[in-house]
Write a protein of this length. Structure first.
Length: 185
């Protein structure tokens, strides 16, 4: 029997699952693999904006799983039970941070500048249960930290507020182009 992946509905704030800490995956079985397949399909089919990452809590599953795809042509990477081991700038330097404009599929049309370390070291399992420990840098490190926050019940506006940054709401002009308005806090 052929399995058809399906697009899962994306949970939006203020649903409580988005502020809860996700549980570790105890066993990678058919149910987990089915969820991963559906999460991949959901990430591929998200539009306006296109998603670059998706955590299991965003599709209603309180599990420590997320998937990433930094570019449309990138393969989708799967992270199960991830643990950030280290956050830093270049080796030997003090912690460097990079500011990126972040959005979230669970917070439609909300954006904010978030400072995050440029380099992280992550341990995780892939969908085959194989353990990995890798360094990530740049945009993928930002995505991973954003999704990792989801697994800990943290949405990016909390980071923006902690850093005394600004939040924005995106809107469309009469030509359908996006523009941003600052949200008064």
């Amino acid at each position: 029997m052929m399995y058809n992946a399906l697009m899962l509905p994306i949970i939006t704030a203020p649903k409580s699952i988005l502020s809860a800490v996700a549980k570790p995956v105890l066993k990678i079985d058919k149910e987990i693999l089915s969820l991963v397949k559906d999460m991949k399909e959901t990430l591929i089919t998200t539009r306006d904006p296109e998603g670059v990452g998706l955590a299991a809590p965003q599709v209603g599953k309180p599990l420590q799983i997320f998937v990433t795809r930094p570019r449309v042509k990138s393969p989708i990477a799967v992270f199960i039970n991830p643990e950030i081991q280290a956050r830093s700038g270049a080796s030997g330097e003090r912690k460097k941070k990079d500011t990126q404009l972040e959005g979230c599929l669970s917070l439609p049309n909300i954006w904010g500048e978030v400072q995050r370390p440029q380099i992280i070291e992550l341990s995780y399992l892939d969908e085959n249960g194989k353990p990995h420990k890798r360094k990530f840098s740049g945009f993928i490190a930002t995505i991973i930290q954003h999704e990792y926050d989801h697994l800990n019940g943290i949405l990016f506006p909390k980071r923006v507020l902690e850093q005394k940054g600004k939040l924005y709401k995106s809107k469309k002009d009469e030509k359908g182009k996006d523009f941003f308005e600052e949200i008064e806090l």
